[in-house]
Design a protein around this ligand. Structure first.
Ligand SMILES: *[C@@H]1O[C@H](CO)[C@@H](O)[C@H](O)[C@H]1NC(C)=O
Ligand SMILES: *[C@@H]1O[C@H](CO)[C@@H](O)[C@H](O)[C@H]1NC(C)=O
Ligand SMILES: *[C@@H]1O[C@H](CO)[C@@H](O)[C@H](O)[C@H]1NC(C)=O
Ligand SMILES: *[C@@H]1O[C@H](CO)[C@@H](O)[C@H](O)[C@H]1NC(C)=O
Ligand SMILES: *[C@@H]1O[C@H](CO)[C@@H](O)[C@H](O)[C@H]1NC(C)=O
Ligand SMILES: *[C@@H]1O[C@H](CO)[C@@H](O)[C@H](O)[C@H]1NC(C)=O
Ligand SMILES: *[C@@H]1O[C@H](CO)[C@@H](O)[C@H](O)[C@H]1NC(C)=O
Length: 830
C-alpha cells in the first residue's frame, strides 16, 4: 500500500522544549492528547500527552494490553511517543466529549514494534470516527502519523478501532484537538471553472504538507502543531528551481491569512524559477506527489512574494496536472497591495485517475515582466468519497459496530435530542459571547473582515449592533453595520451624491480611518432580493486586481443593499474623452488607460478558475484613480440591478446600447467575446473622443462602431480621430491600434481575439508610439498623422445619450455618473 508513507512524520530527537508556541496564538477549546500504553505523561515539542491511565475514562475495549518497546525492536532515535502502544484485540471505542462544535484534528500515531508475541507490523485494522471511515485494511511497517480533520457537529466524538479478523490493532498515540473555524473554508475553486461548496461537511485527510524552499517546520514551531516537510525530493527537475528565504519579510496583514494559516517559516521561504540572469526563461517548476486514485483533493497553495523588491513585479501562472489554476497571478494586487503579505488559493480537484499529482508554477510572460514564479507552501488534503470514506469504498455500517438493536436506536434518538438541546444552548451562549466580545472592541476600527481569501471570518460588531442575525463564516467581503455607513456618508447627505443609476444612488464617503469610498445604496428590496445580493457580493469579493475597482465591503442590515467600493478620484474614462470640458489626455495616457482596462478584463476572463463575463464594458465603467490608473468597475453585478428584474426586457439583456455584441442577437448568449466586442467600441471611443451613439449626427455617423469600421477598412482611420490627437500619434501605433479595435469588432465571437491578445497588441501599440526619438515633437510631424478635413470630424460636443426606453436606466447611469464625477473633479480643481 502506497498510502502509508504518505504523511511523512519526521522522527525527531528527544529535545524537549520549554517554549510553548501555543501560548501566543489560538487556544483550542478541545484538546485530548493521549500517549497510548504509557505509564507516564510525555511531553513532545512542548505539548503534554497524557499517560494511558488518564484515558481510561474515554475508552471501551475488550482487553487492556499496554505495550512498551523497552529497548527491543525500536531504535533509540524514535520519539518517546512511539515507545509505547496500546494493543486492541477486538472492537474498541474512544468517546470524547466535544465542548465546541467545529473542525477538529484527529491525529493517529503508529510506530509498530513487537511485544510479547504481538507483532504490530503485521496488524491489519480499520479506524472510523463519527460517520466517516478514516482508515480501512490498514497496516504499516514504518512509523507514520495520520492526520485527519473533521467538522464535529455533535457533543460526542466516537472513534472506533476495528481489527480485521485474526488480527490485532494498535495505536501509539492519539490526538483530538480543535482547530480555528476560519482555517478551512466551505468553498474553493474547481476546474475548469467554478466553485466548489460544501467542504464544511467533508472529512479531510492531510496527504502532504510541504514547506517550499525551506527546512522541516516541526509541530513545535507551528501554532496548530502541524509538520511541514521540505519540497526538494518532490521536484521533477531540481535544476530548474532554486530556493529563497526571507522569513523576516513576511507581513501578516489584518484580514489576510494568519500564523494559524501557515507560520512565517513557511511563508518566508519559497522555491522559485532558476531563471538566473536569463530574461528569456520560460519553463515551469514542477513537483510530483503520490495521491490515492478515486478521491478528490483539496489543494491549498500558499504564496508570499518575498522575492520582489517592489509591488507588481511578479506575474505567474499556477497549474495542477495540465490545467491552469490561476493565470497572471499578481500577488501585490490580491494581497492588499502589501509586499510579502501571505495569500493562499484553495482548489478542489476532480476525482484522481492517476496516482501522481503534478503541481507547477511558471512565468506569465505576456506583459514583459521578468520571468519568475514562486510557491511557498502546499497542502494536499484528501476529501471523503461518496460513501463517507477516506479509504476504500465501504462506509461506516449504519447500525454501528456495537449496538444495532431497537433499544439502542431509541437510546440513540433520546441522546441525539438531548445533544441537540445542549448544542443549541452552547451555540446560543457562544454567539452571545462572541457578539459581546466584538462589541467591546468598539469602533476604533469600524469594520472587521469577514474573510477575503482565507482571512478570519468574524462578523463585524459595533456600537450600532442592532440584534440582527449574525452570520458567521460566510465568504464575503467586509460587512459594515448600517450605522458605520451612515457615518461615512454624513447620513446619506444628498450633497455627497456622486451618481444616480438604476441600482440607486452613489455617494462619496469617508471611513473612520480616512479612506475615501464610493457608497452605492440600492433601493430597499425584498428578502429574496437580499439573498441574491449576498450571492453577488460573495462573487465580487473574490476578485481583487490592480485593474479592478475593489469592493471594500457591503451592508445588508435592515434590508439595505449597500456596496462600498474604493473611491476613484478621477471619475470615468468617458468624462475625460468628451462632454465634460476636462482637459484632453495624450495618446500615451490613453493607451495606458486602455492597457490597464484590458488587464482588468483579462483577469476577469482568466484570472481565477472561473471566467467572469463583465457584460457591460463601456467607457463609463472604466474608472481612473488619482494617478489615472484605469480600473474596471461594475463587473459581476449583472443580476442585482432592478432595471433588469422589473422590466419586460429579457432578463438576459445586459449591456449598453452602442456597445452590444451583435452576435448576442443571433445566439442570445453573452460570452467573453461579447466583452471583447464592447471593448473594441471603447477603443474607437478613446481614439475618436465622441459618444458611441450620437443621434444628432447624420445617419451614417450615428453609430461609432459602424462609422469607425468604415474608415478603418478604408485605411483612413486618421480622418476621424480626436482632433486634439492630430499630429501626435505615430502612424505605426495608430495602425496597430486600429487593427486591434477592428479585430475586436469582428461579427463572430470566434474571429475576435482574446482579451490577452488585445492586451498584448495594445502594449505593442504603446511601444510603437514610444519609439519616437525624443526631441521637438514638431520635428517629427511629417511622421505623424496628417491634417484631417474638418468637416469629417464635426461632432457635437454635447454628451447626448440615446433614450430608448429599454436602455434608459443604464444610460441614465452613465450620464449622471460622468456629470457628477466631473463636477466633483472640477470643483476640486478650483
Ligand atoms: C499527567 O498530567 C495530568 C494533567 O496535567 C495529571 O493530572 C496527572 O497526574 C499526570 N499523570 C502522571 C502519571 O504524571
Ligand atoms: C488489504 O490490503 C492488502 C495490501 O495491503 C491487499 O492485498 C488486500 O487486497 C486488501 N484487502 C481488501 C479487502 O481490500
Ligand atoms: C461545521 O458544519 C456546520 C454544519 O454543516 C457548519 O454550520 C459549520 O460552519 C461548520 N464549521 C466548520 C468550522 O467547518
Ligand atoms: C537551498 O539550495 C541550496 C543549494 O542551492 C541547498 O544546498 C539547500 O539545501 C537548499 N535549502 C533548502 C532548505 O532546501
Ligand atoms: C523551531 O525553530 C527554531 C529556529 O528555526 C529551532 O531552533 C527550533 O529547534 C525549532 N523547534 C522545534 C520544536 O523544532
Ligand atoms: C507549464 O505547464 C502547463 C501545464 O502543464 C503548460 O500548459 C504550459 O505550457 C507549461 N509552460 C511552459 C513554459 O512549459
Ligand atoms: C463526504 O461525506 C459527506 C457526509 O457523508 C457527504 O455529504 C459528501 O458528499 C461526501 N463527499 C463526497 C466528495 O462525496
Amino acid at each position: 500500500m502506497k498510502r502509508e508513507g504518505s504523511v511523512s512524520f519526521l522522527v525527531l530527537g528527544l529535545s524537549i522544549l520549554c517554549l510553548s508556541w501555543f501560548s501566543d496564538g489560538y487556544i483550542p477549546p478541545d484538546s485530548y492528547l493521549i500517549d497510548c500504553g504509557s505509564s507516564a505523561n510525555v511531553t513532545m515539542e512542548g505539548r503534554v500527552f497524557l499517560a494511558d491511565s488518564q484515558a481510561s475514562k474515554f475508552l471501551s475495549t475488550p482487553q487492556d494490553i499496554l505495550a512498551s518497546a523497552s529497548g527491543s525492536g525500536s531504535s533509540s532515535d524514535v520519539s518517546q511517543l512511539y515507545r509505547t502502544a496500546r494493543i486492541y484485540t477486538g472492537t474498541t471505542t474512544y468517546s470524547f466529549s466535544i465542548s465546541q462544535i467545529g473542525r477538529h484534528w484527529i491525529r493517529l500515531y503508529f510506530g509498530p514494534f513487537d511485544y510479547s508475541g504481538y507483532k504490530m507490523s503485521t496488524a491489519n485494522f480499520g479506524v472510523s470516527a463519527t460517520d466517516f471511515v478514516l482508515l480501512s485494511n490498514f497496516s504499516t511497517t514504518s512509523t507514520v502519523m495520520k492526520e485527519f480533520s473533521l467538522n464535529l457537529t455533535s457533543s460526542t466524538l466516537t472513534i472506533t478501532i476495528t481489527p480485521s479478523s485474526n488480527s490485532i490493532a494498535f495505536l501509539n498515540a492519539l490526538e483530538v484537538v480543535s482547530l480555528p473555524d476560519t482555517l478551512i473554508q466551505d468553498d474553493a475553486s474547481i476546474l475548469p471553472s467554478g466553485k466548489y461548496q460544501g467542504i464544511f461537511t467533508q472529512a479531510l485527510e492531510t496527504v502532504w504538507r510541504i514547506n517550499m524552499g525551506g527546512p522541516t517546520v516541526s509541530s513545535g514551531n507551528d501554532t496548530l502543531s502541524r509538520t511541514w516537510v521540505p519540497d526538494q525530493s518532490f521536484l521533477s527537475s531540481s535544476n530548474l528551481a532554486t530556493n529563497f528565504s526571507n522569513i523576516g519579510a513576511v507581513n501578516y496583514v489584518s484580514g489576510g491569512p494568519t500564523q494559524d494559516t501557515a507560520p512565517s517559516t513557511v511563508y518566508g521561504t519559497c522555491t522559485e524559477m532558476n531563471s538566473a540572469s536569463n530574461p528569456n526563461s520560460n519553463f515551469n517548476v514542477t513537483w510530483e506527489f503520490d495521491v490515492d486514485i478515486g478521491f478528490q483533493h483539496l489543494v491549498r497553495f500558499h504564496f508570499c512574494d518575498i522575492v520582489s523588491k517592489t509591488l507588481n513585479q511578479l506575474y505567474f501562472n499556477v497549474y495542477i496536472d495540465s490545467s491552469a489554476v490561476v493565470t497572471d497571478l499578481d500577488l501585490s494586487s490580491v494581497s492588499f497591495n502589501v509586499l510579502a503579505a501571505p495569500y493562499y488559493v484553495d482548489l478542489v480537484t476532480s476525482t484522481s485517475k492517476s496516482s501522481k499529482m503534478q503541481v507547477s508554477v511558471g512565468p506569465y510572460t505576456a506583459n514583459g515582466a521578468y520571468p519568475n514564479a514562486i510557491l511557498n507552501g502546499l497542502e494536499i488534503m484528501k476529501l471523503n468519497n461518496s460513501v463517507g470514506s477516506l479509504s476504500g469504498n465501504v462506509g461506516v455500517s449504519p447500525s454501528g459496530s456495537s449496538s444495532g438493536n431497537n433499544t439502542g436506536m431509541i437510546a440513540g434518538v433520546v441522546v441525539g435530542v438531548l445533544c441537540a438541546l445542549v448544542l443549541a444552548g452552547l451555540l446560543f451562549l457562544f454567539c452571545r459571547r462572541r457578539r459581546r466580545r466584538l462589541a467591546s472592541q468598539g469602533l476604533s476600527k469600524s469594520w472587521i473582515p469577514l474573510s477575503i481569501n482565507g482571512g478570519t471570518s468574524h462578523t463585524m460588531g459595533s456600537k450600532y449592533s442592532n440584534g440582527t442575525t449574525i452570520s458567521v463564516a460566510s465568504n464575503l467581503g467586509y460587512r459594515f453595520q448600517f450605522g458605520a455607513v451612515q457615518e461615512a456618508t454624513n447620513n446619506f447627505d444628498e450633497s455627497w451624491v456622486i451618481g444616480i443609476g438604476g441600482f440607486g444612488k452613489v455617494y462619496r464617503g469617508e471611513l473612520g480611518d480616512g479612506t475615501k469610498v464610493a457608497v452605492k445604496r440600492g433601493n430597499p428590496r425584498s428578502q429574496q432580493g437580499l439573498a441574491e445580493f449576498r450571492t453577488e457580493i460573495e462573487m465580487l469579493s473574490q476578485f481583487r486586481h490592480r485593474h479592478l475597482v475593489s469592493l471594500i465591503g457591503y451592508c445588508d442590515d435592515k434590508n439595505e443593499m449597500i456596496l462600498i467600493y474604493e473611491y476613484m478620484e478621477n471619475g470615468t474614462l468617458k468624462s475625460h474623452l468628451y462632454g465634460s470640458g476636462l482637459p484632453s489626455r495624450s495618446w500615451k495616457e490613453r493607451l495606458e488607460i486602455c492597457i490597464g482596462a484590458a488587464r482588468g478584463l483579462h483577469y476577469l476572463h482568466t484570472g481565477y478558475a472561473k471566467a467572469v463575463i463583465h457584460r457591460d464594458v463601456k467607457s463609463a465603467n472604466i474608472l481612473l484613480d488619482e494617478n489615472f490608473l484605469a480600473k474596471v468597475a461594475d463587473f459581476g453585478l449583472s443580476k442585482t440591478g432592478p432595471e433588469i428584474d422589473q422590466t419586460h426586457v429579457s432578463t438576459a439583456v445586459k449591456g449598453s446600447f452602442g456597445y452590444l455584441d451583435p452576435e448576442y442577437f443571433r445566439r442570445q448568449q453573452l460570452t467573453e467575446k461579447s466583452d471583447v466586442y464592447s471593448f473594441g467600441v471603447v477603443l474607437f471611443e478613446v481614439l475618436c473622443a465622441r459618444p458611441v451613439i450620437d443621434p444628432t449626427l447624420p445617419r451614417e455617423k450615428v453609430n461609432l462602431a459602424e462609422w469607425a469600421m468604415k474608415w478603418q477598412q478604408k485605411g483612413q482611420l486618421e480622418q476621424i480621430i480626436d482632433r486634439t490627437l492630430v499630429g501626435k500619434i505615430r502612424p505605426d501605433s495608430l495602425r496597430k491600434f486600429g487593427e486591434t479595435a477592428e479585430k475586436c469588432l469582428a461579427d463572430y465571437g470566434v474571429d475576435r481575439p482574446s482579451m490577452g491578445d488585445v492586451l498584448w497588441n495594445l502594449e505593442y501599440a504603446l511601444q510603437l508610439q514610444e519609439a519616437v526619438v525624443p526631441g521637438d515633437p514638431e520635428e517629427n510631424s511629417t511622421n505623424m498623422i496628417g491634417e484631417l478635413s474638418p468637416q469629417v470630424n464635426n461632432f457635437g460636443q454635447e454628451d447626448i445619450n440615446v433614450s430608448t426606453t429599454q436602455f434608459e436606466a443604464s444610460s441614465m447611469d452613465d450620464l449622471s455618473m460622468s456629470k457628477v464625477f466631473s463636477q466633483l473633479v472640477n470643483s476640486e480643481g478650483r
